[in-house]
Every structure is written in C-alpha cells, then in structure tokens.
Ligand binder design. Structure first.
Ligand code: CUA
Length: 347
C-alpha cells in the first residue's frame, strides 16, 4: 500500500504541506508580534495627541517611501537577472544607472526630506503661536517622578508618579532632574525630551482624546530605569478642574485612623515623604498626599491596591531594584495593615 509508506509520494506531500503550514504559522506569528506594537497605551503608532499624530504620520510616510524603494530595487534586480546581458546596448548600460541610480533617488529622497522638514516646525517643543493653558513641572529622580501642577489661577499642587491633563488643551511641561539624565516620553502623546541636571527643558503637548496612557523614562539612568514609568490620564477639561481642585486641599481621609499617622511618623516615613496636612514634610521621596487615589505605586510598577502597597512598604527593593526606600521587616502585621489602610484612605 503506497500511502502507508512514509517515504512515498503521499508522505512527501504531507511533508511539504507540513513545511508550508509551519512557514505560514511562523509568518503570522512574526506579523502578529510586529503589529501588536502598533496599539496600546504606550504606542507611538496609536496617537492620542497632536504631536504624536504627526510623528506617526511621518513614520508611515518614511516606511511607505522605504518600502516603495525596496520594491523598485527588487523589480530592477529581477529584470536584470532575467535579461540576456548580450542584448543590452552600451547606451542602455549607461542610461539605466543614470535614471535609476541618480535621478530617481535624488527626486524621491528630496521629496521625503522636504516633507520631514515641512513637518518639523510643528514638532518643536514650542511651535509659533502655541499658548499653554497649564504648566506642569516634572522632576526626574532615581527612579521616580515628582510632578508639580502650576495653576494659572495661582498656587501649586504637588504629586508624584502620575500625570493627569485635560483633553484638547495645550500643556507645558518644564522638565528638570535631581540627579541623572532621565528622558520624559509619553509615546501616545508626543516625542521625548531629556531631563538634565542643572537646566530646564520645555516640552508642550496637546492631547486629542481621553484615556489612560503610559509614560516611560527613555534614558538609561541606573538599576531601576526600566521601572521608572508613570500612568498618564487624559481627562475631560471640567473633570480635570474638579480633580485638581480636590488635590489642592489636604486629603479628606486624614481623620481616619490617626494612630496610623503616628506610626507613619514614628517609623521615620515623614523624613522622606510629604503628606499635606500632616507633619510629614520630607522631599527626598515621592509626595504621598492623595496616594490612595493614584493608579499605581512604585512609579507605574504595581497596581495601587492594599496588598501591593503592603508588600512595597515591607521591602520595596524586592519589587523595584535600586529603590532607595529602606525595608521595614520589623513592622507587625497590625502596624502594617493600619498604615496601609490610612494611606489608601488618602483620596
Ligand atoms: Cu530615569 Cu531612566
């Protein structure tokens, strides 16, 4: 029986079909992996801002242009390999390189370059005529972000490791660093900008749709660099005003479990962290006023829930290598639960 013979014609067909299926599956896997980078909260190709929209357009124009050139080269290669060399005249041998190697690249690449140059002015940190309606100061620290909202009505609101901005309004970011060179990048909203010790860099962004996005430090700054992220929330303008107004006052949860506040201070947490309305006024660590309402802890590292907060307090370095916060293995369960409940209540 021929079909039972593994080395026979049917066996060979099965082998070929198997090989083809494997290649197609591998192709789908590679394509899927590549395309999965085109969306999500941290994708420059899924823009949610005026600047990122232009960056994405430029990217697709350049990719399309590059692909077109690649196809042209392949066509020429195919043409050259099939043509009988003997029939090419001396004139053709000189003409083809002139048109395909000089004229075409000069015209095509000049067109791409001109497009990029035309786009550039609007990608500058401050394009002519741009008037921000809000200024946010962002200070990079190993490995977290201090965020200070400067209200044009007067006064400041200090926060950390999370940024909220109103949709449709131009926001100016003043970027500085307390230690290393960091880089501020919210791919869904715009380009990146370095935070350099001793100077202030300015970046302006305008979000075009609401949602939750993710920013990330984009310059290697030490052990915890990859874990120096921050959630970015784009809100409706009136919602944002209400949110910022609430953050300008001490948390309403300060009255609850005052014993926990004393524990917090006794263990020295107030030496590094500030909580508005308490004696905790430290500045070397993230500001914890309203920590309970933040989305993450550890600069975008863990979801802000009771369990993660407790684990982070006990040994932050275990979750975030490079963290300067000491471990607190001596805290009793009752003390830990009390402090966590109090912090979660700081809404
Ligand atoms: Cu900060 Cu990398």
């Amino acid at each position: 029986m021929i079909h039972k013979c593994a080395g026979g014609p049917i066996g060979s067909i099965q082998h070929i079909v198997f090989q083809k299926t494997r290649r197609i599956s591998a192709g789908i896997l590679v394509l899927g992996t590549i395309l999965s980078g085109c969306s999500g909260p941290q994708s420059a190709l899924d823009p949610a801002g005026e600047e990122s929209d232009q960056v994405a357009t430029l990217f697709w124009m350049m990719t399309g242009g590059g692909f077109f050139i690649w196809v042209c080269v392949l066509v020429l290669l195919l043409h050259a390999s099939r043509r009988n060399r003997a029939v090419i005249s001396g004139k053709s041998a000189a003409t083809i390189p002139f048109w395909a190697g000089v004229v075409f690249p000069v015209i095509f690449l000049t067109a791409l370059l001109s497009y990029a140059l035309w786009l550039m002015p609007s990608l500058r940190p401050f394009a002519p005529g741009q008037q921000p309606s809000l200024r946010i100061e962002v200070e990079g620290n190993q490995f977290w972000w201090r965020v200070t909202y400067h209200r044009f009505a007067g006064g400041t609101v200090v926060s950390a490791n999370e940024i909220r901005i109103p949709v449709g309004e131009r926001v100016e970011f003043s970027l500085r660093s307390a230690d290393m060179i960091h880089s501020f990048w919210i791919p869904a909203l715009g380009g990146k900008m370095d935070l350099i010790p001793g100077r202030v860099n300015r970046l302006s962004l305008r979000a075009t749709r609401t949602g939750r996005f993710r920013g990330q430090c984009a310059e290697f700054c030490g052990t915890g660099h990859a874990m120096m992220a921050l959630p970015v929330v784009v809100m409706e303008a009136d919602q944002f005003d209400g949110w910022l107004d609430a953050r300008a006052k001490p948390s309403t949860g300060l009255g609850a479990e005052l014993g926990a506040r004393d524990l917090f201070l006794q263990h020295g947490c107030g030496g590094c962290h500030r909580i508005e309305g308490t004696d905790a006024q430290g500045r070397s660590g993230p500001d914890l006023s309203h920590i309970g309402s933040r989305l993450t802890i550890g600069a975008g590292l863990l979801d802000n829930d009771t369990e993660n907060l407790a684990r982070f307090i006990v040994n932050s370095g275990l979750h975030k290598p490079g963290s300067k916060m000491p471990a607190y293995p001596g805290l009793t369960d009752a003390e830990l639960n009390s402090i966590v409940a109090w912090l979660k209540g700081l809404q």
